[in-house]
Ligand binder design. Structure first.
Ligand code: HEM
Length: 443
């Protein structure tokens, strides 16, 4: 529609909601960054916030003092790249076998549970199970149009037994899951701190830094919220990005081969990549910049006052949706934008070209920008580089013994995350050393 009407800002009206779509970095930055004091709130998702109870966590809350403090805790304590890199390398290397490298979901959740709460390895499993279940409920609750109560708020007063009020029962069950996910790992961190056995984590560092002259209970609530938000924010996003990367490698064998040649040139046989080698592996960096934003419409922002932009009135309480998908497929910045072409990010000498716009918009805008960006980019880099070092990603073999057709299919519905449909492939060890360390076969 933005193209059709030749405008980078359009207004839609749906069930009484005013929705503004922003279709260029300029419009998104002019409003969400330069006027961030007006554009940093979130729409109230009644089902998620009021019924399921995500009031100060999940990045869904409005922008206020508590939220600012919350983001401070997150940004200062967890996500700075220099804190997790040792751990990232550690998690990637500690079990140099297929189970660790290819269990994408498990690796990611173990990593995030460690960084957030200092709970490691097998011990993390029960907390991860709860978090995965809870994240599923958030994905359902935030799918546009999933619950009529988000549009017709009076429905929240309908009793649970009333025909059609199944959403209230669901919300009650999801609320229990939310409480478990929020309370249980946080309690473990606190118990370990009391016993002197805690390893540094977002929660423990923030708890240590509490201002003892101020309200402790209130500070703890915020730290708890910041911790659970990190736990949730860091799981599905990374898992989906890695899955879509594997699919891209399957679909583009030439790009895969070029990346592996780069790795073979830089690494000694049998070694895995480490962050110190990142500057020597620009093609891998370029692959990670591909334009497949996992959150294609960002998370909605809300404008808290009437505003005027480019001659248009933007009414107070409009929902603002930056169209990140379109921004990252913009022909001016990225010629032939739908082609997966990592070389577009490299200069004539094969180094990362700083003049090509990077994928910043995939992590949002202004004060609500994803605080996990650095951690996400670091985890993606080490993970993707390690997988490519160890395995060739190939189609499965069909019943006639031939390579099956390479096919990329994406989830067709409108959900918060853009993710591929399940697909099959083979991970073929690239050396005898890796083959020897495998104790199972992976397809
Ligand atoms: C590929 C990985 C990731 C992508 C693409 C991604 C993307 C995003 C986007 C688009 C937003 C909304 C920004 C906005 O509204 O302007 C967001 C918010 C958020 N992300 Fe991420 N994210 C990723 C990984 C992570 C990780 C690893 C963490 C934590 C460890 C994290 C924590 C958060 C939090 C807490 C918010 C809410 C911020 C707020 O509402 O103020 N994310 N992310």
């Amino acid at each position: 529609m933005c193209r059709k009407y030749d405008s980078d800002i359009i207004h839609l009206s749906a069930l009484g909601n005013s929705i503004i779509i922003l279709d260029s970095v300029k419009a998104a930055s002019d409003l969400l960054e330069k006027r961030s004091s007006l554009y940093s709130s979130r729409p109230n998702q009644l089902c998620l916030n009021e019924l399921v109870g995500y009031v100060i966590d999940v990045g869904s809350h409005s922008y206020n003092t508590a939220q600012r403090r919350h983001m401070e805790i997150s940004a200062k304590n967890t996500y700075k790249r220099n804190l997790p890199t040792d751990r990232l390398e550690y998690v990637s290397i500690y079990k140099h076998n297929g189970e660790n490298l290819l269990s994408i979901s498990r690796w990611t959740t173990v990593l995030i549970t460690d960084i957030t709460y200092g709970i490691q390895g097998e011990e993390a499993q029960p907390f991860i199970k709860t978090a995965i279940e809870a994240v599923e409920t958030i994905t359902i609750a935030t799918t546009p149009g999933a619950f009529a109560v988000d549009q017709i708020s009076i429905l929240k007063y309908v009793p649970e037994w009333f025909p059609g009020a199944g959403f209230k029962r669901k919300a009650r069950e999801w609320n229990l899951l939310r409480t478990k996910m929020t309370e249980d790992p946080f309690r473990v961190t606190k118990e370990r701190m009391a016993a002197g056995t805690a390893t540094p984590s977002l929660a423990s560092i923030a708890l240590e830094k509490m201002d003892l002259t101020k309200d402790i209970a209130q500070q703890e609530e915020l730290i708890k919220a910041a911790s659970v938000t990190a736990h949730i924010g860091g799981t599905d996003t990374i898992v989906v990005t890695i899955a879509s990367f594997i699919l891209a490698m399957l679909m583009n064998p030439d790009i895969q081969t070029r990346a592996q040649l780069e790795l073979d040139r830089v690494l000694a046989p049998g070694d895995l990549p480490t962050f110190s080698l990142e500057p020597d592996l620009p093609y891998i960096q370029a692959i990670i910049r591909r334009h497949q934003p996992v959150v294609p419409l960002c998370f909605p922002h809300l404008v808290t006052e009437d505003d005027v932009y480019s001659g248009y009135l933007i009414p107070k309480n409009s929902i603002i949706m930056p169209n990140v998908w379109s921004i990252l497929h913009n022909e001016e910045d990225y010629p032939d934008p739908y082609e997966f072409n990592p070389s577009r990010f490299l200069d004539a000498n094969g180094r990362i070209d700083p003049s090509v716009k990077d994928i910043g918009p995939a992590f949002g805008f202004g004060r609500r920008t994803c605080p996990g960006k650095e951690l996400a980019m670091a985890s993606l880099w080490i993970r993707i580089a390690s997988i490519l070092t160890c395995y060739k990603i190939e189609p499965e073999i069909d019943e006639h013994g031939n390579l099956a057709e390479r096919k990329a299919e994406w989830y067709p519905g409108l959900t918060m995350f853009n993710h591929p449909l399940p697909f099959k492939c083979r991970f073929i060890p690239r050396s005898k050393d890796i083959e020897a360390s495998l104790d199972m076969k992976f397809t």
